[in-house]
Design a protein around this ligand. Structure first.
Ligand SMILES: [Mg+2]
Length: 357
């Protein structure tokens, strides 16, 4: 792992950017993709908003009624099925520039750049990818490059939008030590507030903290958190051969009973999985959901489709009816969707390497 170079690519305000690209009259305007605001009476949340909208304090996950209060003159657009098609195209382009790609959401992927051999070469490749995506898809992204997955993700977030941030091994510890701990992937607002109250605000604080104290706060996750904070994380890409199933899940910042938030999140997960199905040229036979309540009680349910399908609407419909069946309105911590029994259209798409790895 010594010479590992990992990149994390994240499209900038993806849904909103696709809408602006397809309707240039929206350029420079606050654009909000999400539920219908119904003049402030609407329910549901923002999926993505443009950087212009963010200047009014809007952000993903915000109730659409609140967005309307803050910015009634924004352009409000319902999310559409085209994002997964654009995503699949982007991921296909990225596959040209890396041997290993791990797609983690509709608009994010880790790329293994170790074969570049140096950070200068990796930077050049990232620069080129940004240019290609801009030229072919008219979209901008932010890329972080670092010696491990966690730092690549942290790096891509440091200069959004349209950023390219390199964290080299020799200045890794210096760069991260002053970062606040909310930059660690997975540490949300609530945990950050708790950590601040314990005087654990920066990576340096976490790195020097007593492991027992961290275990009280993070449980089994404590060692990993301290590794990341200390600059010792070496995690790379997860192996992604042709799989029998693919899944995505979202943990809510706070446990929720809001059916609209759950529904929007479910749609986003479905779009993300649909994009990956298109990218790997597969159809799914089974749609499953996973729902976790406060206290880590987890339920799964699945349904077989009448035929192997790669239609976004079918996946959404199945996922929604499964949630309707098993959610009784209790506070939800996490929801996920898994597609299984994947059927690949064209076996030539899978290399022998992937089969035997
Ligand atoms: Mg993004």
């Amino acid at each position: 792992m010594e010479n590992q170079i990992i990149a994390h690519l994240d499209m900038d305000s993806f849904y909103a950017s696709v809408e602006i690209r397809d309707d240039p009259s929206l350029t420079g305007q606050p654009v909000v993709v999400g539920s219908d605001p119904q003049e402030g009476k609407g329910r549901g949340v923002i999926s993505t908003c443009s950087y212009e909208a963010r200047r009014y304090g809007l952000h993903s996950g915000m109730p659409i009624s609140q967005a309307w209060q803050l910015c009634p003159h924004a352009v409000y657009i319902r999310p559409s099925g085209k994002y997964s098609i654009v995503s699949a195209r982007i991921m296909e382009i990225l596959q040209y520039y890396t041997q290993h790609l791990e797609q983690v959401s509709i608009d994010e992927a880790y790329l293994d750049f170790s074969d570049c051999g140096s950070y200068d070469q990796a930077e050049e490749r990232a620069f080129f990818i940004k240019k290609v995506l801009q030229e072919h898809e008219g979209l901008s992204c932010s890329i972080g490059i670092a010696p491990a997955r966690s730092y690549a993700k942290i790096a891509s977030d440091l200069q959004k939008p349209n950023g390219l941030t390199i964290i080299r091994p020799d200045n890794l510890k210096k760069i991260i030590s002053s970062l606040t701990v909310d930059k660690i992937p997975g540490i949300g607002k609530k945990s950050y507030a708790l950590l601040q109250s314990r005087k654990l605000s920066t990576f340096k604080d976490l790195a020097e903290a007593d492991i027992q104290l961290l275990q009280e706060i993070f449980g089994a996750w404590a060692v990993r958190v301290q590794d990341i904070a200390s600059g010792n994380d070496i995690s790379g890409l997860k192996d992604q051969g042709p799989r029998q199933s693919i899944g995505r899940e979202t943990t809510f910042a706070e446990d929720t009973t809001d059916p609209d938030l759950i529904s929007t999140t479910l749609d986003d997960l479905a779009r993300s999985l649909h994009a990956e199905l298109l990218r790997v040229h597969a159809r799914t036979r089974t749609v499953g959901i996973r729902i976790r309540y406060t206290g880590f009680v987890t339920y799964t349910r699945s349904v077989s489709l009448s035929h192997a399908d790669d239609n976004l609407a079918s996946i959404m419909k199945a996922a929604h009816s499964l949630i309707e069946e098993c959610w009784e309105g209790k506070p939800v911590r996490l929801i996920g969707i898994r597609l299984s029994g994947l059927v690949y259209h064209d076996p030539k798409q899978c290399t022998l390497d992937q089969f035997f790895s």
